[in-house]
Design a protein around this ligand. Sequence first.
Ligand code: HEM
Length: 419
Amino acid sequence: MTDTVTGGLAAPLADPDSFVEGSPWKLFRALRDDEPVAWTPEPDDGSGFWSITRHADIVAVSRDWETFTSSRGVSLEDLEDDQLEHRTSLIDTDPPNHAAMRKIVSGMFLPRVVNGYESFLRGIVATTLDNALAQGSFDFVERVSSEIPVRVLARMLSVPDTDHAKLTSWGDRLVGGTDPEFADHLPGTPEYEEYRLVPFRSPAALEVFDYGRALQAERRAAPTGDLISRLVEAEVDGEKLSQQDLDNYFLLLALAGQETTRQAITLAMNTLVEHPEVLARLQSEPELLSGPALDELLRWGPPVYHMRRTATRDAVIGETAVKSGDKIAMWYPSGNRDERAIEYPDTIDLDRPTVDLLTFGKGGPHFCMGSFLAKLEYRVTVEELVARLDTATFSGPVERLRSNFVNGIKRMPVTVTNR
Ligand code: HEM
């Protein structure tokens, strides 16, 4: 058993610059082989964290929520108690409260409900793709990915379709906090301190709160049974949610409901361009997308790099001792390519009988609540895309988000020919 705190190999994972050229696959492999539970020092005032990169360890940590709590936050930021008090939402809540909070809206994300969106979704996707592909050359992020999940979200929130640009821009500012193009302010500035009680330390969160509050007031006056109505009507332990709980829950849904799926769709196109053999196979056998091939594409292009947990007691992960209070980052893309769990993981194989996917988390209470919806949006978009595309190439540099949290692409110029 190792209990020494080492540094070095995993250190680049704490630096968002390590991700601007794409996922650090070689580093992930080296860590899985040589230091699967690796101490990762953080620059500035960060306390450092353990990086876990093997599939089995990620599942074990996700499952054991009593030893590895979410209640100190799921991003790597070190949060003081007053920050947690203001910023906690469903995703940072442990059982048993977690179950009661999740139940408020989870019914709206069940397959039988979500499947009801398919024809509406196919309509949006068809129009979006027809308009974009007719251009021949265009930015896939702007013209396609940014148009689809956000419109589904707008429908779930019963807000006007025209609000979609606002929702997308809030998503960019919230998850893009480490990218100078999107950040309202970077660490070290006075504003960074000023907004310390606000999720992501971003003024965008306050705009989302205001937007959500206006919707909540409308639904209190006239409930419609939508997501917002459920939130304002919900009772946990006989009490309605506080305004702060409503704010944070709404923000989580508004963000999780579009940003990740938007990135997933961009990453899917990236795969189709980089691997024309995958495009060709899906063009001839689109029905593959109704089976495990869909998970294989999601394994290859996962939008979330990590979630954090915090040890509630001294514990052992794999063969490494961690101490109570230590932060742990579960690197999902690395687990997705762990040869201990997935045969020949560096190959896209659309014929795998099953895919042990970590893209949405695995094994724990926080497993992505929107996974069926995300998969539906992803499947319909890729189906409609391969039905229209003949060839696709990059027509300029793919620009990535400077983030070690979201595997994001900001711009992806493509040139296409259509069938
Ligand atoms: C491809 C798209 C998506 C990906 C990759 C993704 C990924 C994830 C991951 C990794 C987690 C944390 C799992 C864990 O800690 O065990 C999560 C949680 C969550 N996701 Fe997603 N997600 C996606 C789409 C969505 C959508 C469309 C929604 C709809 C609102 C959504 C809502 C949520 C919520 C509410 C949670 C927190 C659940 C909880 O704490 O109980 N996600 N997601």
